[in-house]
Design a protein around this ligand. Structure first.
Ligand SMILES: NC(=O)c1ccc[n+]([C@@H]2O[C@H](COP(=O)([O-])OP(=O)(O)OC[C@H]3O[C@@H](n4cnc5c(N)ncnc54)[C@H](OP(=O)(O)O)[C@@H]3O)[C@@H](O)[C@H]2O)c1
Length: 307
């Protein structure tokens, strides 16, 4: 897998990020197999969060503890574990209304450092935004954590581009670190309720600023691999149905799978894209990683989205 420098940092990240939201639902030998396959393919970028995986037995902390343990057991160096804090709510966790307050973020970072058994988190995301809080307060608070050496580089998940722009403008004016990466929901299929980067103005901003993106739900939950277009669910719209048909047509032409075409569409944008893969199946992971070899033309890319 190719490694790409992340602008504004000294990090080099593999094209595909390994998502750890659900992985540790598997028995350890199976999650180890998938992680070993990812590392063998040249992967070096993991996505976890303070609140993962509160929906699984083990609850909050399971994902951070498990990836920290895997990395130590395998003696891995030169990898980036990105984690997130400040989620709005999490089962059996601190119930505070001001989830982006300095106290709450500091508490989340304390937990994450302990679970990962490290002194510094190299890439730290805010898990969401809270537009009641001015961006100046947020960037000052994160800067204080950078000064303490507990986090190194900043990223934002589920932040609208207007707030990203305002935060980075403030940071640059004050000579502070800006957000270097955004992680919205994004795939070739637009989610019905939460469009993320499928909202046209969001993608346009990234084209203009070239701020890198690590999209989550990049396969739209396996939508394009399904044998038939689902009759209901978060992606059931006429536009997505048409995209689903076009993906199959192009997959046939290129002798690849529909899921690979959908992932290739993400990779072929003018700004850096690091899709966060969420499969728990090692064969599907390998298939997704092979997407890098697929070359699509500009007319094909536009046709996939708009027909
Ligand atoms: N920042 C945030 O707010 C946020 C939110 C959600 C997720 N995330 C991160 O993003 C990662 C990925 O998100 P996601 O899990 O929603 O990604 P996704 O790839 O859109 O969805 C994964 C689901 O799709 C299925 N799938 C994937 N490829 C498939 C294929 N070729 N054929 C059939 N089914 C397939 C998987 O099933 P199998 O496991 O059976 O393959 C799994 O159930 C998460 O692990 C997490 O790290 C972040």
């Amino acid at each position: 897998m190719k490694l790409h420098p992340l602008p504004g940092t000294d990090l080099h990240l593999s094209t595909f990020c390994c998502g750890l939201g659900d992985l540790f639902a598997l028995p350890q030998d199976e999650s180890d197999n998938l992680l070993d396959a990812y590392i063998a393919a040249g992967g070096n970028f993991f996505d976890t969060a303070h609140m993962y995986s509160h929906w699984l037995p083990g609850g909050n902390g399971l994902s951070e503890i498990s990836i920290g343990d895997y990395v130590r057991r395998r003696g891995l160096k030169d990898i980036t574990i990105a984690t997130k804090g400040g989620a709005k709510s999490s089962w059996r966790y601190r119930k505070v209304d001001h989830y982006l307050s300095p106290g709450r973020i500091a508490a989340d970072i304390d937990d994450s450092l302990a679970r990962l058994e490290c002194d510094t988190i190299s890439l730290y995301y805010l898990h969401g935004d809270d537009d009641r809080v001015p961006v100046a307060e947020i960037m000052d608070m994160l800067h204080a954590e950078i000064k303490l050496g507990r986090i190194r580089y900043l990223a934002a998940s589920n932040w609208p581009v207007q707030r990203l722009a305002a935060a980075n403008e403030y940071a640059r004016a004050k000579n502070l670190q800006p957000f270097v990466l955004s992680s919205p929901r994004w795939s070739l299929a637009a989610h019905k309720i939460r469009p993320g980067l499928n909202a046209p103005e969001e993608a346009a901003w990234h084209r203009q600023t070239l701020l890198p993106v690590a999209p989550y739900c990049p396969t739209a939950k396996g939508l394009f691999a399904a044998e038939s277009f689902p009759a209901e669910g978060d992606y059931n719209t006429p536009e997505n149905h048409q995209r689903w048909n076009r993906v199959r047509e192009l997959a046939h032409k290129h002798h690849v799978t529909p899921n690979q075409i959908a992932l290739a569409w993400l990779l072929n944008h003018p700004f850096p894209v690091f899709p966060i893969l969420g499969t728990k199946n090692t064969d599907r992971l390998k298939e997704a990683l092979d997407t890098q070899q697929i070359q699509l033309t500009q007319p094909e890319l536009a046709w996939l989205d708009h027909g």
